[in-house]
Design a protein around this ligand. Structure first.
Ligand SMILES: [Zn+2]
Ligand SMILES: [Zn+2]
Length: 253
């Protein structure tokens, strides 16, 4: 799933041509988007929910996808924007600058909350539309119904396995979009909205954990903090399931 483009540009420093980075290379878990004027960078993971959801819900690919991600990043601490073409500087020149300016604080320049609130908010309706629009799919077929059909001999083993796989694929896509939607929300209003849209009813209590995980990655708030804070507003069954989860990951009480 390497994204490539033929769009080559000239490096302003060495004049060589190079191709802007559009996504993680084969086998890489993330890729770096450099600042357009200094050598700070943000790492964007292959499985970052925002990246996945821009593909899933908006159908973006390749250059359009990488530009959308770049647009969602807030500015670098130096004041410039992060950019897939690193401000028209090739990777060789970037590395040279990095070596020459190496200070004890350089290294991983990833920062806790790289996303631009206003840009993220613009995506909110699209993601929500996708989440609420997939309701019909959920009603059409769920795992329980598939098992029943299989056990009643209404479908063969192969057809059953294929159906389970496509169900899992669809569900994991939906969870990614829910996570991305959560990233676009004000954290203070997020869980009231989770209630409003019956997301726990639809996906089970695990969706709260998925959302808490997305928050940890986007604003740096630990999963357990979120769960502890929000626990009270859910029903007894959900609370019990969340407590079990918290015990399992070892920090619960
Ligand atoms: Zn160069
Ligand atoms: Zn910068």
């Amino acid at each position: 799933m390497t994204e490539t483009t033929t769009r080559e540009i000239n490096c302003v420093l060495c004049k060589d041509t190079y191709v802007p980075v559009l996504g993680p290379q084969e086998g890489e878990k993330s890729y770096r988007i450099y600042c357009s004027s200094c050598v700070n960078w943000v790492a964007v993971g292959r499985t970052n929910p925002l990246r996945l959801s821009l593909r899933i819900a908006l159908g973006l690919r390749d250059e359009a996808l990488s530009l959308a991600i770049q647009t969602c990043l807030s500015s670098c601490s130096c004041g410039s924007k992060f950019s897939c073409d690193a401000g028209s500087r090739c990777q060789t020149c970037i590395e040279k600058i990095e070596r020459e300016t190496k200070s004890p604080t350089s290294g991983n320049k990833d920062f806790t909350n790289p996303w631009d609130k206003d840009e993220m908010k613009k995506l909110q309706p699209k993601f929500l539309e996708y989440i609420l629009g997939s309701e019909e799919d959920n009603e059409n077929v769920n795992l329980k119904q598939l098992i029943e059909k299989f056990e009643a001999g209404e479908m063969g083993a192969e057809e059953y396995m294929e159906a389970v796989e496509s169900l899992q694929f669809r569900e994991s896509n939906q969870v990614s979009v829910v996570q991305a939607w959560a990233m676009t929300m004000d954290p203070e209003e997020l869980f009231a909205a989770v209630e409003d849209y019956d997301l726990v009813e639809r996906y089970g209590s695990r969706i709260i954990v998925s959302i808490a995980t997305a928050l940890e990655n986007s604003i740096g708030r630990p999963v357990l903090t979120t769960l502890n804070n929000e626990m009270g507003q859910f029903d007894q069954v959900t609370q019990q399931e969340l407590r079990t989860f918290m015990r399992k990951i070892g920090g619960g009480f």
